[in-house]
Design a protein around this ligand. Structure first.
Ligand code: ADP
Length: 493
């Protein structure tokens, strides 16, 4: 038996949606953590350096403005600025030299004197009123800045020394934070992946279970696609397929029952009559011939049944070659009518024919005659006591419609759509034991479909039926027109 996925016991499967989602999320989380680590370990110094260089100029400008405008409160402002920016500030005016760090302001202690001397030379030599220099080697990388505060005539100078690396504490805090962030990202990814993959796989697992049930022949199994549009669509399609399968299964059983019955009846008859000939009528020529006649007609019935079956299967596999020609449908219908006229005398039928003017169509004449013959023979077969059949041709604009109307038993409304299905015979038909294979109309349907014709039936149970088909009409072929013209000229002369 085929291996049904739904029956497999649960085990770790690398290719499952759950595992793949889980892996993807965890990989993504690890990638994020890796990026964060790279940033903190390799790029933080560069970033810090860049941020420092960008910050130092506005800080210096703010200090210069404060120095010019509010000398009284400058000391406390400078201490505060130095503290909040983690820098060293030095102001050298003609009166005094003051140094500020984050904690205090003091008179010149000579701190960073070599840096100060070097940057001062650079400032004097420069055309600009401020200069910077980065010292990146050594254990104390720093940015040195110098600028004039007031006019070069009475110059006061500002120096700023800003460390270019974050201090140890900052780095440790950053690393600690990074560990927490990494753990949180990993945990959240894991939970998200688990929840999401569960939500995705649950409907798929439900659908798989239902499919396993269906494969056992349980058509009650319903597919549930939960809330996702895609799985809902899949479930809807599978529910439809299951319904169609159930219907097909039902009809197949019906068909097998009908076909076996149809084949069995003539075979039983043939066997019984053959036995009868051996046992009873063998020596009596007349009786024997009558029995043999029954055997022959039963054999013909079998033959018809088998050739109908072949026609249906050929039509279904598109294995039919049409011999298309332009012909007069009215004339073809007339031929069909003629072939049934004999019933008027022999079986008391009234068959009426209402043709329209000659109308040409393109099609396979003999196949379309087969269609019309089938409609008329059905009308005869199912007209019951009424015995009235009306064959009509109606021409309207560029269409011609063939109608075959009877006032017989009709077709119940809930069975009407099935009469074109192969082997289908209405319930009344079975009840009344009317002979038939249920193949005629499915052959008709195949032929009309090949002609792209419209067709249908209007019917009411107990009142009768109107089977019809419609074809496009075309112009009379030129050859025929010429022939007709010659004919009429000949007559005139
Ligand atoms: P069958 O060999 O049984 O006539 P068809 O395919 O020609 O097979 O017709 C299918 C079924 O459609 C018939 O068995 C019958 O029940 C129904 N049917 C066809 N034509 C008529 C009709 N004119 N009136 C009532 N029922 C009809």
């Amino acid at each position: 038996m085929a291996d049904i996925p739904g029956n497999k016991e649960k085990r770790f499967d690398v290719n499952s949606i759950k595992t793949t989602t889980l892996f993807s999320f965890v990989l993504f989380a690890l990638f994020l953590v890796f990026v964060l680590w790279c940033l903190s370990n390799f790029f933080i110094s560069t970033y810090f350096e860049k941020a420092r260089s960008q910050d130092v100029i506005p800080t210096a400008e703010a200090l210069k403005t404060e120095f010019r405008q509010d000398r009284e409160n400058f000391d406390s402002y400078a201490v505060q600025t130095a503290g909040s920016n983690g820098i060293y500030v030095r102001i050298a005016s003609h009166e005094q030299v003051m140094e500020y760090d984050g904690t205090r302001s003091v008179r010149d202690t000579g701190m960073f004197s070599s840096d100060i001397d070097r940057i001062l030379v650079k400032l004097v030599e420069s055309d600009s009123d401020s200069v910077t220099e980065s010292v990146v080697e050594g254990s104390n990388p720093r940015l040195i800045y110098a600028s004039y505060i007031s006019s070069p005539a009475e110059p006061s100078l500002i120096y700023i020394i800003a460390p270019l690396h974050p201090d140890e504490v900052t780095i440790r805090i950053l690393k600690d934070l990074l560990i927490y962030v990494s753990l949180i990202v990993l945990a959240v990814s894991f939970l998200l992946a688990y929840a999401l993959s569960g939500r995705i796989t649950d409907p798929i697992e439900n659908i798989t279970k239902a499919a396993a049930e269906l494969s056992k022949g349980n058509y009650d199994a319903k597919f549930d696609g939960s809330q996702f549009t895609e799985t809902k669509e899949l479930a809807r399609a599978l529910n439809k397929a299951s319904y169609e399968m159930e219907k097909t299964d039902f009809y197949q059983k019906e068909i097998i029952a009908n076909v076996s019955h149809d084949l069995k009846t003539p075979l039983t008859m043939i066997r019984s009559y053959a036995e009868k000939i051996i046992d009873i009528s063998g020596d009596d020529k007349d009786k024997r011939n009558a029995d043999l006649q029954i055997i022959i007609s039963e054999t013909e019935r079998l033959n018809r049944l088998v050739s109908d079956m072949l026609s249906v299967s050929n039509l279904q596999s598109n294995n039919v070659e049409l011999h298309m020609e332009t012909f007069d449908l009215t004339e073809a219908a007339q031929d069909v009518y003629e072939s049934f006229r004999v019933l008027q005398d022999s079986e008391d039928f009234e068959i009426q024919f209402h043709p329209c003017k000659p109308t040409y169509v393109v099609g396979d004449r003999s196949r379309l005659m087969q269609v019309m013959t089938n409609f008329v023979s059905n009308a005869v077969k199912y007209s019951g006591e009424n015995k009235f059949v009306d064959i009509r041709l109606v021409k309207a604009s560029r269409k011609i419609t063939f109608h075959c109307i009877d006032h017989g038993m009709g077709i119940p409304s809930d069975e009407i759509s099935h009469v074109w299905d192969k082997y289908y015979r209405t319930s009344a038909n079975h009840r009344l034991g009317i002979e038939g294979t249920g193949l005629g109309l499915s052959i008709v349907k195949g032929i009309l479909n090949l002609h792209n014709a419209k067709y249908g039936v209007e019917s009411e149970e107990g009142k009768g039926s109107d089977f019809w088909f419609e074809l496009d009409s075309v112009r009379k072929p030129a050859a025929k027109r010429n022939k007709d013209a010659e004919g009429s000229n000949g007559k005139e002369s």
